[in-house]
Ligand binder design. Sequence first.
Ligand code: CP
Ligand code: NVA
Length: 305
Amino acid sequence: MTPHRDFLTLRDFSPAELRALFALADRMRRGAYTARPLAGKAFAMLFMKSSTRTRVSFEVGAWQLGAHPIFLTPRDVQLGRGEPVKDTARVLDRMVDGLMIRTFAHAEVEEYAAASQVPVINGLTDLHHPCQILADLLTVQQHLGTFEGKCIAWIGDGNNMANSWCDAADLLGFELRLACPPGYDPDPAILARAQAGGRVTLVRDPREAVAGAHVVTTDVWASMGQEEEQAVRAAVFADFQVDAALMAAADPTAIFLHCLPAHRGEEVTAEVLEGPQSRIWDEAENRLHVQKAVMAALIGGESLG
Ligand code: CP
Ligand code: NVA
């Protein structure tokens, strides 16, 4: 088996490597990195769910690093007709140098990673969205100087984003306060592991979570694959909307983040989303820079040490 590294959750990088990734991504954003470590390579992107940001940022990023990106959906590949994941992985890795997957069950990306001899990158599963949290942390660093010593408030569903925030807080040692309604907590194992570090708390009142926080962030109430739960969830999450009053309870310098796509008038008001504290467009752009850093490191041999 050719030695390679995957990026399925934030825990696949050490804290020191995460900091090195942010430094590399920052150079990329500033235009100070012009190498093309993926020249002559191919990068496949397999999307079992829709995407705007992940698709375009990986495709443009791979191209900027010199690779040929290939966009695949179940309609284009035999997965849609029942070819097993482990067969697909073992065919793709004979032809490409890296593979990004967005799918439903997290076990599926683990299955790809186990079968593949080239790096596998998680572009979102039901359990994790590690690339987005890298971009979010880069945005915090860009606008607040650092995430060290900052307090992040997560409001709403204990979903894939919340789970990856738990991993990040545990690895990097910043304070994370989650406000989720009962029954919508983060994954119990991920939460328990993060809480063992002592910097992650779960509360039921959004005002308690945001009090003095430096970052307020939320996500849709019904994630991809939960569309039929939309009405039930809209009722459950009614008191978890991020509005101007909630933002006013945070630190005066606080920024607002949202991975997008957003539902104005549901999890966040248009006033906050479009307001002076919102950093959502930089956050979206940072997907490009930070994922280029990940690809350069895992596929292009760029050092993180
Ligand atoms: N934030 C995010 O992952 O966006 P897409 O679903 O558009 O890729
Ligand atoms: N939690 C959302 C994130 C979308 C980028 C979902 O999984 O649909």
